[in-house]
Design a protein around this ligand. Structure first.
Ligand code: DLL
Length: 446
């Protein structure tokens, strides 16, 4: 099976636009009629549902923000009577009450279908077994993957997250071809296989479907080697539906993830002005759910920073999104260039001599922004240095350190386009807060 839904996934763009526009017109009228919050939003913006002719009018509509969901906690944005809601999920916020979402039977059918499409794109097929190590519960990951995989005709092993011993046992005994989990958990599993001396010949894995948190190409390499898989990106958020808003294709790995845009209409807008940016430019990802019934959202501000672009691939017509660079609140502007600390992290992760503990110190001298990257050496490498002579942070004194310093400085400049001052530090020397957490960014300009 090349596609789960070939008609939709390869639909000519002009027809896809017609379908989206028709769905958007219906949605606007539906929300105006059923959800007091949206009636108020549209009235205040002076827009009547009949003003929305199609997706080209979308930018007229106001954004929906996370705080709106909190203001109407728990069910105030539902557009259907309670009897029609057959499932409720919630995502835990960092503060206070969770964000609540509801689904009708039709919503669950759409959710399952987009996950089934995603699984096929990842390289899964009916008849394969999927070890589902996303958490089952209020989190959308576990049940989302579960229903999608069943719809596709896979045999789901609903092990849920954690319990590494049990995961490793099932991987060997049940021989699943696919595993779904977070990228960081896939790294843990790969490490544990190594520690316990379990060879890849004991497993039958081919595909890992990884998402729910940002990850890098370096992590992809580690997981692919460590688990013997194709590591494929799955993206989504509870407010829009859960996992399966977009997914990478295993034959087009590294070129972005297809957004199932017949259901989720994407826009990228400037994080400060909210204005649309040109195709391919980075900004905040905004989604309109075109078909949801229980809790549709107009122009939902995800706060995720990425870009979207048509690749005109032979395989599918839908638009792709790049990797998530970070959250809008985490974006730094350095000499006019947008910078996320995760971009620096991605470069650091390619160096075995460096640990993942790093910190960016941003300062301003006169009118010039400056960035210093402090990064701790990997402990074993550090010990070797100490043995080879007295330790000093001045890299010029030590050839191994000098080469590392030089290479890191160059790679940061080449990959990110900004020159930064690099300081290589002793393991554990960057101050941690009470909870042991390391602040990734210290901005002295504020
Ligand atoms: O994380 C849904 C999900 C489950 C996606 C399983 C993929 C796999 P939330 O808990 O609502 O939903 O968190 C959504 O997580 O806005 C992003 O910031 C981040 N995120 C999700 N997938 C990715 C990804 C689920 N592939 C928030 N890459 C989103 C980077 C991701 N960030």
């Amino acid at each position: 099976m090349r596609y789960f839904n070939p008609d939709i996934e390869t639909m000519p763009l002009s027809r896809l636009r017609q379908l989206q526009s028709e769905r958007l017109r219906n949605l606007t009228a539906y929300l105006y009629e059923r959800v007091p919050f949206y009636r108020k939003q549209l009235d205040e913006a002076g827009i009547r549902p009949s003003d929305i002719k199609g997706v080209e009018s979308l930018h007229k509509l106001p954004f929906t923000r996370k705080f709106h969901l909190r203001d109407y906690y728990p069910f105030g944005l539902f557009a259907v009577p309670q009897q029609e809601v057959i499932r409720i999920h919630a995502s835990s916020g960092t503060t206070g009450k969770p964000t609540v979402v509801g689904y009708t039977r039709q919503d669950i059918a759409v959710f399952s279908e987009v996950v089934a499409r995603s699984l096929v794109a990842a390289g899964c097929q009916p008849g394969m077994k999927l070890q589902n190590a996303y958490g089952y519960g209020l989190f959308t990951g576990g049940l989302g993957l579960h229903y999608g995989a069943e719809l596709l005709g896979m045999a789901v092993i609903p092990v849920s997250g954690g319990m590494t011993d049990r995961q490793l046992m099932l991987l060997q005994d049940f021989q699943p071809e696919a595993i779904a989990c977070t990228p960081s958990y896939a790294q843990t599993l790969a490490e544990q296989l190594g520690h316990r001396g379990i060879g890849l010949d004991k497993l039958n894995l081919r595909t890992a479907i990884l998402g729910a948190e940002p990850w890098t190409e370096a992590v992809r390499q580690q997981v692919e080697i460590g688990l013997g898989v194709n590591a494929i990106n799955i993206y989504g958020l509870s407010e829009i539906i859960g996992p399966g808003v977009s997914n990478e294709d295993f034959e087009e790995k590294g070129t972005g993830s297809y957004i199932w845009e017949d259901h989720f209409f994407p826009e990228i807008v400037d994080k400060d002005t909210g204005e649309p940016v040109p195709e391919g430019a980075y900004g905040v990802l905004v989604f309109t759910t075109l078909t949801k019934q229980a809790m549709p959202l107009l122009r939902y501000w995800t706060n995720d920073i990425t870009n979207i672009y048509y690749e005109h691939s032979e395989k599918r017509t839908h638009i792709k999104m790049g990797t998530i660079l970070g959250r809008a609140d985490d974006m730094l502007i350095i000499r006019g260039v947008n910078l996320f600390h995760t971009q620096v992290e991605a470069v650091i992760s390619f160096f075995g001599q460096l640990s993942p503990s790093y910190q960016l110190i941003v300062s301003r001298e006169g009118a010039m922004d400056g960035v210093e990257v402090k990064v701790e050496l990997e402990p074993v490498f550090y010990r070797q240095l100490v043995l080879s002579g007295p330790w000093t942070e001045a890299s010029a004194n030590n050839p191994a350190l000098y080469a590392l310093h030089h290479e890191l400085t160059k790679k940061i400049k080449d990959n990110i386009g900004l020159s930064m001052k690099i300081t290589l530090c002793e393991p554990g020397s960057i101050p941690r807060s009470e909870g042991g957490k390391l602040s990734r960014v210290v901005d002295l300009r504020k």
